[in-house]
Design a protein around this ligand. Structure first.
Ligand code: GDP
Ligand code: IMO
Ligand code: MG
Length: 426
């Protein structure tokens, strides 16, 4: 079985939780995009693990792979690997020779660029993601394999510095000694992590030929995709299913199942249009503890948005849906779901690309009664779907009807065990 799992909203849908849950069925779990802008939470019997770079399948699969489409901060990687070691998890980790390296200078550039953007400030995670992808496409980027060669690192650091000198004015990187220090540091990081390097495109293909089950784990969400998200309030990589091919080297033609994860409501970190946003009421944010895993920033929160979901389902060609946080949403007395977008009185059947259109966008909602706190979770977990509260079932069936897709995984709490599935995942 070859599957891909993706977020269908603005990130933080609970992909980490669902990836961990289903990875019991997979030998390899492969990340193919993003870097430590991602924050994926896995909770197992009350113990919390946060992954930024390492795939969230790490606790159940036997091999995890960081693909070439990723941008890797070596310092963050080393600290995540330390944590894994502490949790006594012996896992085979492979990192693509072609993945790109995030340096401290990239993080500095991230902040400098945000400062210049003014009105179109994105609210990035400050993890150096944008500047690292910029260098990748400018063909000046430092790749994982380059960590083995001090001369190459030095040359590339100087090239990047010279290209971005204006932006770096006033920073410590104007001082050549600081740049040299960074080169030495990168070499020393290399000494401890180069042992994980591999030509992962060959490795994944060989595992496929051996009949291994492989799960591709997307970071971020469809609405943060550089091409199909709400540009420019997006991340710097493609986040839709197609990115697995360019980000790992494995053909999309061999994927058997696309799993789309969405939250029972919507959240967003950072700026930009958010059609179903709830303004001036933090009830849902507080109920759901909606604060960023990576930055700790309060997340903006809104209602479930069906037009948005239908768009990302289409862009990912989703087969199977997984919903999270229904336990949280049910505590709201009245629940709203966005069902229709209109502009100037006309329903639109596309997702707007012109920012001004969002000012004219009218959103229609339908209402559902909440289902309260779930008190019979053990019974639900033991006996499945039929035991869910009737109001929740109505809500879930409405989503299935509107999207034309089945919800095959339902998450009722942060812990791995708080999950029910339909037949195909049993
Ligand atoms: P990701 O980026 O998509 O992996 O999501 P994050 O880990 O950044 O954010 C999701 C948050 O919701 C984490 O704190 C999870 O532990 C939590 N979570 C996931 N699923 C559920 C659920 O069904 N119920 C509750 N209450 N929390 C959940
Ligand atoms: P996971 O994988 C939520 C958002 C940032 C910002 C925009 C650009 O945990 O779902 P970047 O640092 O990538 O240049 O920031 O994208 N963003 C995320 N929001 N979850 C994420 O990842 C995100 N990764 C990036 O908040 O608005
Ligand atoms: Mg997250």
């Amino acid at each position: 079985m070859i599957s891909v799992i993706l977020g269908l909203q603005f990130g933080d849908e609970g992909k980490g939780k669902i990836t961990d849950f289903i990875s019991r069925d997979f030998d390899d779990v492969v990340r193919f995009n993003g870097g430590s802008n991602a924050g994926h939470t896995v909770v197992i019997n009350g113990e919390k693990f946060k992954f930024h770079l390492v795939p969230s399948g790490a606790m159940q699969s036997s091999k995890v792979i960081l693909g070439n489409g990723m941008v890797i901060d070596p310092e963050e990687l080393i600290s995540e690997l330390e944590l894994l070691k502490k949790s006594n998890k012996n896992i085979d980790i492979k990192i693509s020779a072609g993945a790109h390296i995030v340096t401290k200078m990239h993080k500095c550039l991230d902040k400098k660029e945000e400062g210049i953007r003014s009105k179109l400030n994105i609210g990035t995670t400050s993890q150096g993601i944008g500047p690292t992808y910029e260098d990748k496409y400018a063909r000046t980027g430092i790749r994982f394999i380059d960590l083995s060669n001090k001369e190459i690192i030095k040359d590339k650091i100087e090239t990047i510095y010279n290209m971005k000198k204006n932006l770096l004015a006033g920073s410590i990187y104007e001082n050549p000694e600081e740049r040299n220090k960074m080169v030495d540091e990168l070499c020393s990081f290399g000494n401890s992590i180069l042992k994980y390097m591999d030509y992962t495109e060959n490795l994944i293909y060989n595992d496929y030929r051996k009949g291994k089950n492989i799960l591709f784990e997307g970071a971020q969400g469809g609405m943060l995709d550089i091409d199909f998200g709400i540009y420019p309030f997006v991340t710097s990589s493609n986040t839709i299913a197609g990115a697995l091919t360019t980000g790992s080297g494995f053909s999309f033609r061999k994927v058997n199942r696309v799993i789309g994860v969405f939250k029972a409501y919507t959240s967003k970190v950072g700026s930009g249009p958010f059609p179903s946003e709830i303004v001036n009421d933090s009830t849902l944010r507080d109920l759901g503890s909606e604060y960023g895993t990576t930055t700790g920033r309060p997340r903006r929160v809104g209602w479930l948005d069906i037009p948005l979901l239908k768009y990302t389902i289409m862009m990912n060609d989703v087969d199977s849906l997984a919903i999270t946080k229904v336990d949280i949403l049910g505590k709201m007395k009245t629940i709203k779901v966005a069902t229709k977008y209109t502009i100037d009185g006309k329903e639109i059947d596309y997702f707007p690309k012109r920012l001004e259109d969002f000012n004219k966008l009218h959103v229609d909602y339908v209402e559902f009664p909440g289902w309260g706190t779930i008190n019979n979770a053990e019974n639900i977990i033991a006996n499945g779907y039929d035991e869910l509260p009737e109001n929740m079932k109505k809500f879930l069936e409405f989503i299935e009807e509107k999207t034309g897709k089945t919800i095959d995984i339902i998450s009722l709490g942060e812990d791995r065990k708080m999950t029910i599935t339909k037949e195909i995942f049993n």
